[in-house]
Design a protein around this ligand. Sequence first.
Ligand SMILES: [Mg+2]
Length: 163
Amino acid sequence: MALQHNGTASKLAKHNGETSDHHPSTNGKEEAEHEHADRFTFTSEPTLEDIRRMQAEFTDERNWNQFHQPRNLLLALVGEVGEVSELFQWRGEVAEGLPDWTEPEREHLAQELSDVLIYLVELAEKCHVDLPRAVLRKMALNRLKYPASKVHGSAKKYTEYKD
Ligand SMILES: [Mg+2]
């Protein structure tokens, strides 16, 4: 979802250790570029393949591979999603960038999201799904299913659109 021009992006950039010199523009294209310039970004490493390899080393060192079949990994993944859910439970809606969360709460969330990603990557490995390549294919399908020209600003499901 695109960031709104309500200061959220600037707050996010500052939280991410960056400065922001956002200037609203009347030009739609420039405005979109400003949005992208302010958007929170990840570091480039580790890659998904790096994460797969690190987790494979971790399980091999502990002789845990015997327990890490696809179904067990799926259940572990769902359990970790539950741990993420617990952190959001009973808070009501939470603003982007989690401005009201403490640093220990943010760190806890980072750990649980990492657990989710690690199990997701290992599940994909054990199912022989090349996840980065699969994501490219799925994004291409999503672009076909939701053409930007047709769905811009709408939250409807693809079945609700008429040609
Ligand atoms: Mg966990």
